[in-house]
Design a binder for this molecule. Structure first.
Ligand code: JFZ
Length: 481
């Protein structure tokens, strides 16, 4: 922050007031005036290799938060805490030793990796992000570097390995969630204040490197690392280490993708470096919220992935979902479409039970999303920001010259308004089940698109085939670069 202020002040001096009055542009300084950073962004603009294209085209993923916290499910010593269940150790002020005793009860009798993989396939997700280790420190794989792993529970077997195999067999990519902050490790520090802290934290970073190398070599088909628990001063003061981790994993696993939450630059600036450039391969700041489709179109300039919980804020299994608002399948769909319409991915979270089964609400939701995706997935997978002005009936997505109108709100009249940028013209409109739909030009670059005759009682899709004339300004194409 301090450096952004400095950079900004410096810029006002050089460029005069006009430039300085611009509100927080992503790029504040002409390239030659940017500060030199050793641990800033490794790349400017989007990544365009095959692995990144695959990450982007997948568009829909599932999150799995599974750890010891699934056993108490939000309740400790008879008291139910409504805070996030995976943070229960902290809400109920349980010591690490006592918490880790839950390992003796870890024996998910109904766990069947193949069933989990079929459920994901049915839901239409193209990738699954699994908590290899959450803040509590318990590892779903038999790590050599700590005793707090599945290997030392009654279950014994390598859950992560079983899941990687099962998902991969269904053609689903596996991403690893990894919390750097680790409540089980006495060397972890929230800040570095003394020589002793420094030494402990150096040991901790080495331990973390070892675990990451272990994950990358034991499970070489992993496609992505999603880091969490990186917000403490101790890590911000060691930005070099976050850059090192990204490089280390990319050397071990060519093509691997990494979220921005890992990174801090030379000055402890996170996600975006002190010059305003995204660090890592995609922004991972959108959590349980989404960018505004009218105001925040800047997000189409970089890749991003949002993740969301089905209740308000429960990632791990909580036994009582009656305590807060719980989204219905259409709301979940709307958030998926919203994300794709702004060039982002969406990951829907599941918190499996301690017995290895999923709660009924999650099964119903996964099935409902899957049914819709089977019919309408064409407007999600491989799609991007369309470059058309948002309308109240829903969202646009686009693949080349196919613009998809995803309609959530049925108008009282039979017409849906479409406004196109200059040079872009709809030539034909059809529903995904093949009904032709009327398009009438109402004024320059404005059209009425008819609501199809038969619409199911759920969001539906109209595919507009469009033509662009030579020389047209196409915001869609610009967003792809
Ligand atoms: C973190 C975890 O603490 C939480 O348990 C869950 O795993 C979630 C996916 O990630 O929580 C966060 C992290 C970052 C923000 C908010 C919650 N954030 O940047 O707004």
């Amino acid at each position: 922050m301090r450096n952004q202020v400095l950079a900004f002040a410096f810029c006002s001096l050089i460029c005069g007031s006009t430039f300085a009055q611009q509100k927080s542009p992503q790029r504040m300084l002409p390239a030659e005036q940017e500060m030199t950073l050793q641990y800033g962004a490794d790349r400017l603009g989007k990544r365009h290799d095959a692995a990144m294209e695959r990450f982007r085209d997948n568009r829909l993923g599932a999150f799995i938060h599974w750890g010891l916290y699934a056993i108490p499910g939000g309740e400790w010593n008879g008291k139910v805490y409504n805070g996030a269940a995976e943070w229960l150790k902290s809400w109920a002020k349980v010591s690490a030793d006592e918490w880790l005793k839950l390992m003796d009860q870890w024996n998910p009798e109904k766990f069947d990796a193949k069933k989990w993989a079929r459920m994901a396939k049915e839901m239409g997700v193209k990738y699954v992000k699994i908590t290899t280790k959450h803040h509590e420190g318990f590892c779903l794989w038999p790590s050599k570097y700590t005793k707090y792993t599945v290997a030392n529970t009654p279950y014994k077997k390598d859950i992560l390995g079983e899941l990687v195999d099962a998902y991969n067999k269904e053609g689903i990519d596996v991403h690893f969630y990894f919390s750097v902050m680790d409540w089980s490790n006495p060397d972890y520090r929230y800040d570095i204040k003394t020589k002793e802290d420094e030494e402990a934290f150096r040991r901790f970073l080495e331990f973390t490197d070892n675990q990451l190398k272990e994950l990358a070599t034991r499970y070489p088909t992993v496609k992505d690392f999603w880091f969490d628990g990186t917000w403490d001063a101790s890590i911000k003061k060691n930005g070099w280490w976050t850059a090192h981790v990204e490089r280390m994993l990319k050397e071990l696993l060519p093509g691997v993708t990494i979220n921005s939450r890992l990174r801090a630059d030379d000055y402890g600036k996170r996600h975006f470096d002190s010059n305003g450039h995204l660090m890592g391969d995609y922004e991972s700041g959108y959590e349980r919220r989404l960018p505004d489709p009218v105001k925040d179109l800047k997000v189409t300039k970089w890749d991003w992935e949002a993740c969301m919980t089905i209740p308000e804020n429960q990632w791990g299994y909580h036994k009582d979902w009656s305590l807060s608002y719980v989204k219905n399948p259409v709301e979940v769909l709307q958030r998926i479409v919203h994300s794709v319409s702004m060039g982002g991915n969406m990951v829907v979270n599941f918190g499996p039970q301690a017995d290895g089964d999923f709660r009924p609400e999650e099964k119903v939701l996964a099935e409902a999303i899957g049914r819709w995706m089977k019919k309408n997935g064409e407007c999600i997978y491989g799609c991007d920001y369309a470059g058309l002005e948002k309308q109240d009936w829903g969202y646009y997505t686009r693949k080349g010259n196919d613009v998809y109108m995803v309609v959530f709100n049925l108008p009282f009249s039979k017409w849906l308004t479409v406004k196109t940028p200059r040079g872009l013209k709809p030539v034909e409109a059809v529903t995904l089940d093949g009904q032709k739909v009327k398009v009438v030009e109402t004024t320059n670059n404005e059209y009425n698109v008819a609501v199809p005759e038969k619409v199911a009682g759920e969001p539906f899709v109209i595919k507009l085939k469009v033509e662009t004339v030579e020389g047209a300004v196409d915001k869609y194409k610009a967003a792809l670069t």
